[in-house]
Design a protein around this ligand. Structure first.
Ligand code: GS8
Length: 219
């Protein structure tokens, strides 16, 4: 029986991008279905009744929710000869720690840079740069986070590169000046087909984030 792989997604979502990248790294054909988050489809509500959020991966009718869990599922299900997560338990734990840092720290501070203004934005910007420097320190002189191979932490972090232009423009700073090695890593990642096909155009994303900020502020 042919496999059915559906991804409920929304193009600007960094979490959706993770799933897209992981599926493409593994060469899995999938049907990406764009959701309207202001009018969620019955399928989304049925497949993710708890959080009602995208992305949702539906593999042969069964849903997998939460992007980091999804990447781990994809890694175990397809292309086991080219794993994203290391097999060594300590290295796996280490990779999961950094992916968790991206979600709990970097993403939430980045959101504050986006949604705040004035002094609050300046403070968020400083904190965001600190987070990026921490990540840059972890990268060190390696080509990718894990090693010489593109892996789990790279998949988890690279979607946020598509936000850099929007944040830099909004808060008036240069991430390349602050973190040149991190930007070089990001450029290296975008040379991969899986990443290039999965990240949106930075200018289009900037327009989207500006509009969404206006809407959220008007509420
Ligand atoms: C986050 C998903 C999420 O925020 C993950 O998959 O990693 N921790 C989850 N999804 C957003 C769109 S991207 O910002 C979403 O679906 N929002 C709609 C809503 O909350 O109603």
């Amino acid at each position: 029986m042919a496999e059915e792989v559906i991804l409920l997604d929304f193009w600007p979502s960094p979490f959706g991008m993770r799933a897209r990248i992981a599926l493409r790294e593994k060469g899995v054909e999938f049907d990406m279905r764009e959701e309207d988050l202001s009018n969620k489809s019955p399928l989304l509500l049925k497949m993710n009744p708890v959080n009602k959020q995208i992305p949702v991966l539906i593999h042969n009718g069964k849903p997998v929710c939460e992007s980091l869990i999804m990447v781990q599922y994809i890694d175990k299900t397809w292309g086991r000869e080219s794993p994203l997560l290391p097999s060594d338990p300590y290295e796996r734990a280490h990779a999961r720690f950094w992916a968790d840092y991206v979600d709990k720290k970097m993403y939430s501070v980045g959101r504050r840079v986006w949604l705040s203004t004035g002094e609050a934005q300046e403070a968020a910007k400083k904190e965001y740069i600190e987070c990026l420097k921490v990540l840059e320190g972890e990268l060190g002189d390696k080509a990718y986070f894990g090693s010489e191979r593109f892996g789990y932490v790279d998949v988890s972090l690279i979607p946020f590169y598509s936000w850099f232009y929007a944040l830099e423009t909004l808060a008036n700073f240069s991430i390349k000046e602050e973190c040149p090695k991190l930007v070089a890593w990001a450029k290296r990642c975008t040379q991969r087909e899986s990443v290039a096909k999965s990240l949106p155009d930075q200018y289009k994303l900037n327009e989207f984030l500006l509009e969404l900020k206006k809407k959220l502020q008007a509420q």
